[in-house]
Design a protein around this ligand. Structure first.
Ligand SMILES: Cc1cc2nc3c(=O)[nH]c(=O)nc-3n(C[C@H](O)[C@H](O)[C@H](O)COP(=O)(O)OP(=O)(O)OC[C@H]3O[C@@H](n4cnc5c(N)ncnc54)[C@H](O)[C@@H]3O)c2cc1C
Length: 418
């Protein structure tokens, strides 16, 4: 069996993993990046639209361009790569030698040991089983990300006319992509009363192409024997499909864009504690999980709207991996809680007196909202937010001097929603 040993092993070569690898390799730490795909870049490689890198590179790049920059930086810093290699299992308990079992067509099963491990496995799409749509199981039903990969990377068209279930960003981007590829998109159907994707994507991907968006509607049935023939769409009344107002749209393709789930089956096997709200590991201010020396960042931690946020967060984890390898520890940390109108806040702990960037998602749609930060119930900071809604991730930096005395830090949004 091939045996390898590194200071740092990064699982996943997407925006997050590449950013961590650049930081740790630049500091002279031997770093191995493992990815099961044939190439580095992760989901970026199928996102051939532009809109990446505005924060990080101050330029508008396509996904592959963005990935290429991150990969070159990591390789130039000295990071090594094992592609077409899947991490199958690990034993993380030993502080000095965390052991990973990986499988590749070239080397078979490999045992890789590392002093620190970065979890950067991204996320996966919710599928038909996850959202439970009734009807038969004909061909022609794809997750939006799979359809994107088929068109953008394999040059295959998934069908001739489509309906998209869910208004998540991947579905919106695919509505435009299908239209450009000559596949009319007859409807996007969203169960919630507001879109799940970013406003810019609603405008640029639906409105600009006159694609109807049915809010507060659901696909109540998929018809077809061998191949999808049509879908039945129903408005929701008090959360229940109103069959008296159902209508049918003919199409041979259905794309699902109904959310993403952080990819943590492996993390769970390794004993990493998972936050039930985000589906990602619980992490402290260093982005370190409950297992010393095991860090997480990017979509494996919580689903990010922007690649820049994923790579920034993972670079931060990389800097703390260096601290960890140099024998430092975070010291006493205090808990962070998501209060009124917020679904979650990450990280889940902070270090008193240290400036910390927090990410969170709103549960409400609200104009002119205010974010209130409290320490042990006493307000320490208030920030005006012009507009909040669940699809748009919020971020706030809390200065160290405000948290110096320690205590439970809580975040809440005022306003009752609309
Ligand atoms: C369709 C779409 C459009 C987007 N549009 C934009 C945009 O316009 N602008 C923007 O800034 N952001 C956009 N984003 C968001 C951004 O692309 C992502 O947030 C970011 O790229 C996620 O990076 P990641 O490294 O966390 O995950 P990923 O890119 O998913 O990388 C995870 C990697 O881990 C690997 N992996 C998983 N498990 C294993 C294992 N066991 N062994 C080995 N390897 C493994 C996977 O193969 C994958 O390569 C978009 C995302 C999508 C999906």
């Amino acid at each position: 069996m091939k045996e390898l040993n590194y200071d740092v092993v990064v699982i996943g070569a997407g925006a997050a993993g590449l950013a961590t690898a650049e930081v740790t390799a630049s500091a002279g730490r031997s770093t191995l990046v493992i990815d099961r795909d044939d190439f580095a870049g992760g989901v970026l490689m199928q996102c051939i639209h532009n809109g990446f890198g505005l924060h990080h590179f101050k330029e508008e790049l396509t996904g592959p361009e963005y990935a290429e920059r991150l990969e070159s930086a990591a390789r130039n810093a000295g990071a090594e790569f094992l592609l077409q290699t899947t991490v199958m299992d690990f034993n993380l308990a030993d502080n000095e030698n965390k052991e990973l079992l990986a499988l590749s067509p070239e080397y078979g099963v490999m045992r890789i040991t590392a002093k620190a491990v970065m979890l950067a496995m991204g996320c996966r799409e919710r599928n038909r089983g996850n959202i439970g749509i009734p009807g038969r199981r004909p061909a022609g039903i794809f997750t939006a990300g799979l359809a994107q990969r088929l068109i953008n990377m394999s040059g295959l068209l998934p069908g001739k006319s489509a309906v998209i279930i869910g208004s998540g960003d991947i579905g919106l981007i695919m509505a435009r992509r299908l239209t450009w590829s000559g596949i009319p998109v007859k409807a996007v159907v969203e169960i919630r009363p507001f879109p799940s994707g970013l406003t810019r994507n609603i405008v640029q991907c639906l409105n600009d192409f006159n694609i109807p968006l049915y809010l507060g509607h659901t696909v109540s049935k998929i018809n077809g024997a061998d191949r999808v023939e049509s879908v039945e769409i129903s408005p929701l009344v008090d959360g229940v499909p109103d069959s008296s107002r159902s209508f049918t749209i003919e199409c041979d393709t259905v794309l699902l864009s109904a959310g993403l789930i952080p990819e943590n089956e492996l993390s769970k096997r390794g004993g990493v504690t998972i936050n039930m709200t985000t589906g990602g590991p619980l992490v402290d201010a260093w982005r370190m999980t409950n297992i010393p020396g095991v860090f997480a960042g990017g979509n494996v931690l919580h689903v990010h709207d922007l690649a820049d946020y994923a790579s920034d967060e993972a670079a931060l984890a990389g800097r703390h991996i260096l601290d960890y390898l140099n024998g430092k520890r975070p010291g006493r940390e205090f808990p962070v809680a998501a209060g009124g109108n917020l679904r979650y806040v990450t990280p889940n702990e902070y270090i008193p007196g240290e400036k910390t960037q927090f990410f969170m998602r709103s549960l409400i749609v609200e104009d002119d909202a205010e974010l209130i930060v409290s320490l042990d119930g006493q307000e320490i900071m208030r920030k005006k937010l012009r507009f909040v809604k669940p699809p748009e991730m919020l971020s706030v930096e809390v200065p160290g001097e405000l948290t110096a005395r320690g205590g439970q830090l809580s975040f809440a949004l005022n306003g009752g929603g609309r």
